[in-house]
Design a protein around this ligand. Structure first.
Ligand code: NAP
Ligand code: GLV
Length: 313
């Protein structure tokens, strides 16, 4: 049996080459008929490389009798049916830590761009509007309240950065942390009401689906900005669009959406939003480290060693 890795994602350009010495790599993106290609190699596939946007469903897992490992090129694993993997005894790994600081930097970039109108200001200069007078004013960060949903690795890195901008930090999650100097809010609604910037940094998936709904957006209110670097599913996107259209929110900074890469066109004409194409971890340095971790996990597994970054079922 040729040990085959099904690559749903091509990783960093250099990424998959590191697997070629031990495995046959089936790069699905290069196949004319992906379903047929999987069927043809059904018994050979021992591992899957996936990422955000590549659904690893129960159906796919069950169709591969010799599958042993799913190595995700992302820290979030909401694209994988973890219960199905667990039922089959398939190991799942992700890429935590290596992307934490870059993703936190993007959250701060979104806060700064939304509050200080950076994108609008750049366009203001380029199209010559400056000759017509100064542009409208932005909002200060200093002294404002930053409410973070999900004070995990990235949430904590965002908190440290926001604190350096003299912001007051609140956080919400399932449990209070004992080792952090920030105030825990058991009620997301109360935290939203106190926040000028509500920053989403929690895991995606069924548990957090539409955690931010119409009521939370109302609580954040017309002084508030919603910043989302977590997953589109965490926010009721329709409710967000209405709130932004009605200006019942000050604005939003979004790196993630429902059904990426499809972004609601109504957002394109809004001047109170900043839109990024899911680039939290998108630096050469970090993507290289993530790709290496994906490969190291697969190699460790097939060498009989513990994987570096297992995901609990
Ligand atoms: P992490 O350390 O596991 O943190 C996840 C946080 O989610 C935890 O602090 C957890 O808080 C919180 N959480 C889980 N369920 C929750 C719930 N029901 N209500 C509120 N909070 C909940 O993971 P991480 O490394 O910081 O990554 C966080 C997420 O960021 C990833 O899962 C991914 O979706 C997203 N991400 C996005 C990008 C990007 O490019 N935009 C890049 C990397 C990661 P408690 O345990 O206290 O509840
Ligand atoms: C990116 O979104 C990740 O979860 O790593």
């Amino acid at each position: 049996m040729a040990k085959t890795i099904l690559a749903l994602n091509n990783l960093h350009p250099l990424g998959l080459d590191g697997l070629e010495d031990g495995f046959t790599v089936l790069r699905l993106g290069r196949e004319h008929d992906p379903e047929n290609a999987i069927q043809a190699h059904q018994n050979d596939i021992v591992g899957i490389v996936a990422s955000v946007g590549n659904t690893v469903s129960a159906k796919l897992i069950e169709a591969l009798p010799n599958l042993e490992i799913i190595s995700n090129f992302a820290v979030g694993v909401d694209n994988i049916d973890l219960a199905a993997a667990d039922r089959r005894g398939v190991v799942v790994t992700n890429t935590p830590d290596v992307l934490t600081t870059d993703t936190a930097d993007i959250a701060l970039s979104l806060i700064l761009c939304a509050a200080r109108r950076i994108v609008e200001a750049d366009a203001y200069v380029r199209v010559g509007k400056w000759h017509g007078g100064a542009m409208r004013l932005g909002t200060s960060l200093s002294g404002k309240t930053c409410g973070i949903v999900g004070l995990g690795r990235i949430g904590q890195a965002i908190a440290a950065r926001a604190a350096a901008f003299d912001m007051r930090i609140l956080y919400h999650g399932r449990t209070a942390k004992t080792h952090v100097p920030y105030e825990f809010c058991s009620s997301l609604h109360d935290m939203a009401a106190q926040s000028d910037f509500l920053v989403l940094a929690c895991a995606g998936g069924a548990e957090t689906k539409h955690l931010v709904d119409e009521g939370i957006l109302e609580a954040l209110g017309e002084k508030g900005y919603l910043i989302n670097i977590a997953r589109g599913s965490v926010v009721d996107q329709d409710a967000l669009l209405i709130a932004l259209q009605n200006k019942s929110l000050a604005g939003a900074g979004l790196d993630v959406y429902d059904n990426e890469p499809n972004v609601p066109e109504s957002l394109f004409s809004m001047d109170n939003v900043v839109l990024l194409p899911h680039i939290g971890s998108a630096t050469m340095e970090t993507r290289r480290k993530m790709a290496q971790l994906v490969i190291d996990n697969i190699k460790a597994h097939f060498n009989g060693d513990p994987v570096k970054t297992p995901v609990a079922a």
